[in-house]
Design a protein around this ligand. Structure first.
Ligand code: ASP
Ligand code: MG
Length: 414
């Protein structure tokens, strides 16, 4: 008999029929003899609706009160699911985050889980009940309701799986797993059987919005394997777990290709090549609370150099203004900007044990006459910045070049 923690997202509990579908699934596991803890999100669209309500009353909404409001979304679904389960003859009880004592810090709307008291859940499981827990919410030291940030139910599920020692945390959603890239861009994209926490973190932060990033960090920290599956069709989904190092040569070079359309770059041309210049360019940008992603500085020639960095497109105009206002102090001849760029990244732990990935990547892009504007690398990732008009072409070319297309068997990870 195993203990399973399952999480169902907003689409999966979007109406009463879907809640009935979830209940039937849960009952199936109970009948096989498994203990089941279910974490649910608010019904699809409900959290957005509540945020809109709050904002029509107060702008910006008071953070404490907003959390009181938002936590009601999940409270509705836990009760409806518990009732539906009972209707199927399956003993069940629902709990808010407060009631199971999911303790968090006091950072309203982005609280972090500090600890979970699992006694109450354990006692219910022992009497044969299914335990239904509200995702996305907790309670701080003063007993105030907190929420964990958008998509936070994933993190609730992982925290419960860790606290209860569950073998696996299953995240049921509207897709059947994690894909090699966005199937809307590459129809040949295929579901990955497995990937590592590290790879998932890279793919998530680069825009594969399947899981809340924090839940993956949490799962990685506590070693809880995560499985992403569809709540509508049966299938194995994608298992996200620790790096299996037994035979690194067996690992495919690349697990996935992520991309980000929201990039913009700024180049300061001809700045003096002396200590402190990088700091004096990026210092005021950071002070403006603008996050910088890639940074490239050329090696200096005749005492000057070019300095290029990327920011989110929404911050482009403001960054350009900050930099232009100061450009004379670095002796810069010009400040240029381009907000029609995108970033494409290859991600894979297999890169560690295989040389030549970067040159293969550049060759594949060259074959399509795609100019690379910037390059950055890390141990398991290579990113390039290209003109936005090449996004689809570039991602497709790389997907094929690295053997990720659906009909290709080599590179399949077991
Ligand atoms: N209901 C919250 C949201 O929409 C939390 C979640 O669904 O995970 O972000
Ligand atoms: Mg979600």
């Amino acid at each position: 008999m195993a203990l399973i923690v399952q999480k169902f997202g907003g689409t999966s509990v979007g109406n009463l029929d879907r809640i009935a579908n979830v209940a039937a699934k849960v009952r199936g596991f109970r009948e096989r003899g498994d203990d089941v803890v279910v974490v649910v999100s608010a019904m699809g669209g409900e959290t957005d609706r509540l945020i809109d309500l709050a904002r029509s009353v107060q702008e910006p909404p008071d953070p404490r009160e907003l959390d009181v409001l938002l936590s009601t979304g999940e409270q509705v679904t836990i009760a409806l699911l518990a009732m539906t389960l009972q209707g199927l003859g399956c003993a069940a009880r629902s709990y808010t985050g407060h009631q199971v004592r999911i303790h968090t810090d006091s950072a309203h709307s982005k609280a972090r889980i500090v600890s979970v008291d699992h006694q109450r859940i354990q006692a219910d499981l022992e009497t044969g009940r299914v335990v239904v827990v509200a995702g996305f919410q907790g309670m701080d030291e003063d007993g105030d309701i907190t929420t964990l940030g958008r998509g936070g139910s994933d993190t609730t599920a992982v925290a419960l799986a860790a606290a209860l020692g569950a073998g696996e945390c299953r995240i049921y959603t509207d897709v059947d797993g994690v894909y090699t890239t966005d199937p809307r861009v590459v129809p040949e994209a295929r579901r990955l059987d497995s990937l590592t926490f590290e790879e998932m973190l890279e793919l998530a932060s680069l825009g594969a919005k399947v899981l809340q990033i924090r839940s993956v960090e949490f799962a990685s920290k506590y070693g809880v394997p995560l499985r992403v599956l569809s709540s509508f069709e049966d299938g194995p989904g994608t298992l996200i777990g620790p790096d299996v190092e037994d035979d690194p040569m067996e690992q495919p070079f690349i697990s996935g290709i992520a991309f980000n359309r929201d990039e913009a770059k700024i180049t300061v041309i001809g700045v003096q090549d002396r200590p402190g210049v990088a700091f004096s360019i990026l210092g005021p940008v950071a002070a403006g609370n603008i996050e910088v992603d890639m940074i490239v500085q050329n090696s200096g020639a005749d005492g000057t150099t070019d300095f290029t960095f990327t920011v989110h497109r929404n911050d482009f105009a403001r960054t350009l203004q900050i930099v232009r206002e100061r450009s004379s102090q670095w002796g810069a001849s010009e400040v240029t900007g381009d907000d029609r760029i995108v970033k494409i990244s290859l991600v894979g732990v297999g890169m560690r044990s295989h040389a030549g990935i970067a040159s293969r990547m550049f060759q594949a892009l060259a074959a399509e006459s795609i100019n690379i504007q910037m390059i950055s690398t890390s141990e398991i990732k290579i990113s390039v910045v290209v003109d936005e008009k090449y996004l689809e072409l570039g991602v497709r070319a790389l997907h094929t070049a690295f053997g990720l297309d659906e009909n290709v068997v080599s590179g399949e990870r077991s």
